[in-house]
Ligand binder design. Sequence first.
Ligand SMILES: [Zn+2]
Length: 277
Amino acid sequence: MIQDIAPARFDGTYQPAPPVDDSLVCVFQGQRILCVLSPGGTLTLPRFCELPVAAGDCLHLFSVDRQDYFWCRRSLRLLNCDYRYLSLRRALSLPPQAAAFAAVTAYHLAAWYASNRFCGRCGQPLAYCNDERALECSSCGRRVYPRINPAIIVGVTDGDRLLVTKYAPSHAPTRHYALIAGFCEIGESAEETVRREVYEEVGLKVKNIRYYGSQPWGVDGNLSLGYFADLDGSDAITLEQEELSLAEWVRRDKVPQRGDTLALTSEMMEAFRLGRV
Ligand SMILES: [Zn+2]
């Protein structure tokens, strides 16, 4: 999965220090990230010394193998033909995987900072904290911490069959096969979300819900929690057509392959296809 970057090591500790010349800088324009064009098609981010930005424009994000990553709070026009903005989804597919994971994680943090400029309680500006990754209201002192949205992904199984889906075009740009997924609601356990989402999206009941693994997914600010669950009762699908265009049972050896296992959904489908679960 995208976060599996060993032997590289991600360290999310916030360091309130300015960038140095070799610090890598993440500059975003919408959901696109500024990259250095490289002949080998690798994902290379610009270094601080290469960019026309001041240290005060940059905020520390995290490090990977002691290489510090910063967020540039300003968007930059393309500097010259050595740089280009790449969509995050394209960046995710480029090697090295540690850089791709860094890019998507930087986006999650940058999007949180960019959408939390004012206090939700009193409306005054929020300021960066030096002692931890948080924002503090300049007036009422309220602290705001990074937001992570818990979501579930569930592979519904019936013996040697897996339920696969496709999103409706209006709901997601991807036309890949997928699994049932959805956000946890307030007051709900992850297992209750699994039962609710399966029932809402395909009208099925499940039992024997078991945890598979999790994944930070910065593109959407999620922490995805993966489960498998057994069908309980009828296998007749009632499709929720606003969200899904298709849901069908497929035999283990016919489970579609999605090309890579960067996403938790892909890894879970592949694990089932190969009989590992
Ligand atoms: Zn306030």
